[in-house]
Ligand binder design. Sequence first.
Ligand SMILES: [Zn+2]
Length: 314
Amino acid sequence: MPRFILMLKVAAMSLVAALAFVASAQAGAPMVKYQAPGYYRMMLGNFEVTALSDGTVPLPVEKLLLNTTPEKVEKALDKRFLGSPLQTSVNGYLINTGSKLVLIDAGAGSLFGPTLGKLIYSLQASGYQPADVDDIYITHMHPDHVGGLVSDGRIVFPNATVHARQADVDYWLSEDNLKAAPDSSKGFFKGAMASVNPYIKAGQFKAFEGDAQLMPGIQAIAAPGHTPGHSLYKIQSDGQTLMLWGDIIHVAAVQFPQPSVAIAFDTDSKEAVIQREQAFAEAARHGELVGGRISRFRALATCAVPIKAIRSCR
Ligand SMILES: [Zn+2]
């Protein structure tokens, strides 16, 4: 083909492509609709800590909170420019100790509706794969903490051993307790069984008791009340401490200033209040970093704490 004709053809093709681009740009791109994968990373001494978002779930908190009134809850939320239903964060935490990759809580998987179950995407976006995880420490066996252990009944973390407190094993994995539970609570037992039993069957589960030192730098602390085996995890490296709070707190705007406010999900709300007050006092005394449902996502903070109630976090 003569060079001149070739140039004309190329020019014509470019024009067509340019017109097509203009047309598609004018048509407008469809909205993506889903949120970006959420993770926040920091060093704690020699450990790498990554907070992983599992998503948020809208909770009608004025109906769920105890030892208060719906009016007081609404007022406290309003003070922080929040309202009910409140978008409540569900998080997991990945700790790379240098020799082990540890996941604290696995998110909700498919157990808590379509807005949760994103932890696995956050984990992958943060640079790791499920097969990289060596150990998983569960704060308690509620569905939004264990559901992500499995997908369609299959183990999601093929090389991990799951660890949880014996008291939660005895309570949530008991067929007798499931039978005795009211219909409204049976789903909690079934969710725990569906999530944890595949690991037990595969020989990838270990229970612990007391304030067990699970590996160098990671200690389980008993904090029963929210569930019988509810555990906090104390992460320590090179003189720095991070306390992972599990479900010590659900609604920061209400419970930081008033830790006596409990939630309907508690197995023993009186005990849960005592544990919350202790956790706040500890955080105040030592000024340590805490992780839990304390901010919209970053999910880690140091808090200014008077004796029992927390006023602010940064
Ligand atoms: Zn819970």
